[in-house]
Design a protein around this ligand. Structure first.
Ligand code: PLP
Length: 503
């Protein structure tokens, strides 16, 4: 067996070399032999060799093999199109330039897919597409330290033996949530899957009772009914979209019930004729039926969110557990302001049982995430947010603090080529958190004139090699909301906007 394995590995390397050699040869090798010497159409004759294409793409900072692969794919597509349409008089001139343009565009897209820092001028604080919560300095330093060295990840310094991964952060999270116990997995979706697989996959007891008003979709790909189904649980929906009573829940309970689940609506809100039982009532009902009551809180606010101006109240893990939830789960990178993680807190027996699930091993966090989470939770416990939790600092910024920065930038960039104004706008928390909360904010508004449009400017700023800047096009202007721009980025913004004006 080991011998066979080795053969496979070396075969893979041979194949790899051949790919490179072929790629640098004439494009004809991509075709079956019979086709190679068939007389070429004008269109086919215009196609440059892969070798030439690769030589001309020196401006791209990409591994050579990737450039070769892209060039080969496009050349073979173009050749196939030329063969399929040999007499297409309307498109005979597939010129070298056009193929080169295609390859260049594909490489630009490929390069743009790399993870790199951006300046977030959207005003959306927990922007899921931009990585949600930026981490505080303490967390960043701790990640670097852990990454570059060996660590106590699973080592017990007192005993000198193997220790428990995450032992400190679990205690710290339990304290932060007012819980008996806590643990961490990859993200909140994973936390919910783990909970469902543990409680709702026993024979005869698979039903998860949940209100129809909570069968929500959160962001891309997280739909509560689908997560339930994928976890092996059965959905037992009760009530209506806007009204669910305690009686609705009670009538759904049976010997098949595995748990009562409440899912926070997160990214939308309902007003008007809306009713749902209080958490305390649901927990009492669950206790009567001897089933667990679990709340997916999503955002995981650990502070009173009503102070943010929207007047919106998010249940905190502490309040949800005090109201009787047996377990809560929430994200690490939403209102907690830490790294991507899914936190589970609540009854000790349940948390320990979840950790014994074989599936837990597949969902556990790595040492870098645990390091960042430790630092973030420590900052919360020490009352050091907002200083150590940038998302919190951004939520608390006032118009008075933002306006002088906007004025400074506007003064620095205004020129005959660039009309800029201090604009007033409203920022959002984002990440599916506090959808009704709008924070009064200040922006640098760029007003296009002549042949330029706000969209063109937005694209130019996104594709900046020196560092992308993401703004919002609104009311035919490009708006850069300063709430989510770090003050240390103001000068970079000025440089970028001056360059924009000069193009
Ligand atoms: C955001 C959210 C999730 C998903 O959290 P991730 O950490 O992104 O997996 C799950 N449930 C609710 C209610 C949410 O708001």
């Amino acid at each position: 067996m080991p011998g066979r394995h080795r053969t496979n590995v070396s075969a893979a390397f041979v194949g790899h070399d051949r790919a490179v050699n072929e790629a640098t040869a004439e494009p004809g090798v991509l075709l079956p032999n019979t086709l190679q010497h068939v007389s070429e159409t004008p269109a086919q004759r215009g196609i440059p060799s892969v070798d030439r294409i690769v030589r001309e793409m020196s401006g791209h900072d990409l591994p050579r093999l990737l450039i070769v692969n892209v060039a080969r794919t496009i050349v073979s597509e173009v050749r196939r199109a030329a063969i399929d349409n040999p007499t297409d008089a309307a498109h005979p001139e597939i010129t070298a330039d056009r193929v080169l343009e295609q390859v260049k565009a594909a490489l630009t897209r490929l390069e743009a897919g790399r993870i790199r820092p951006v300046i977030n001028a959207t005003g959306i604080i927990l922007h899921t597409n931009l990585g949600r919560a930026p981490l505080g300095l303490g967390a960043v330093q701790k990640i670097g330290d852990t990454a570059a060295h060996y660590s106590t990840l699973e080592y017990d310094l007192v005993e000198g033996t193997r220790g428990r991964r995450g032992s400190y952060v679990e205690s710290a999270l339990a304290a932060l949530c007012g819980a008996d116990a806590a643990t961490v997995v990859n993200n909140c979706a994973a936390a919910l899957v783990l909970i469902l697989r543990h409680f709702a996959t026993r024979k005869g007891r698979r039903e998860v009772v949940i209100s129809r008003g909570e069968l929500v979709q959160i962001g891309g790909g997280f739909r509560v009914p689908e997560i339930l189904a994928a976890s092996g649980a059965r959905l037992r929906e009760v009530g209506t979209t806007n009204q669910t009573t305690l009686d609705d829940y009670r009538q759904a309970l049976s010997s098949r019930t595995a748990m009562i689940l409440r899912v926070h609506r997160s990214n939308f809100f309902m007003g008007g004729f809306v009713r749902a039982p209080a958490a305390a009532e649901l927990s009492a009902l669950a206790r009567e039926a001897a089933v667990p009551f679990v709340e997916d809180l999503g955002s995981g606010a650990t502070f009173d969110t009503r102070g943010l101006g929207g007047g919106e109240h998010e249940p905190t893990p502490t309040s949800a557990l005090a109201d009787g939830a047996d377990l809560v789960c929430f994200s690490g990178d939403k209102l907690l302001g830490g790294p991507q993680a899914g936190i589970i807190a609540g009854r000790k027996t349940f948390v320990h049982a979840l950790k014994k699930q074989p599936f837990f091993r597949a969902l556990r966090c790595d040492k870098l995430v645990l390091s960042a989470l430790e630092a973030t939770v420590d900052a919360h416990l020490a009352g050091q947010q907002p200083a150590e939790v940038p998302a919190h600092a951004m939520m608390r910024l006032t118009v008075e603090e933002l306006r002088p920065r906007a004025q400074h930038i506007v003064d620095a960039i205004t020129s005959p080529q660039l009309v800029a104004k201090v604009g007033h706008c409203q920022s959002q928390v984002g990440g599916g958190s506090l959808p009704q909360t709008l924070l009064d904010s200040v922006a640098v508004d760029l007003l296009p004139h002549g042949r330029q449009s706000a969209e063109q400017w937005a694209k130019a700023l996104r594709l900046r090699r020196a560092g992308p800047i993401i703004g919002l096009v609104t009311e035919s202007r490009l708006r850069l909301d300063l709430r989510t721009v770090f003050p240390t980025q103001d000068e970079a913004l000025i440089t970028a906007l001056r360059q924009l004006a000069a193009t």
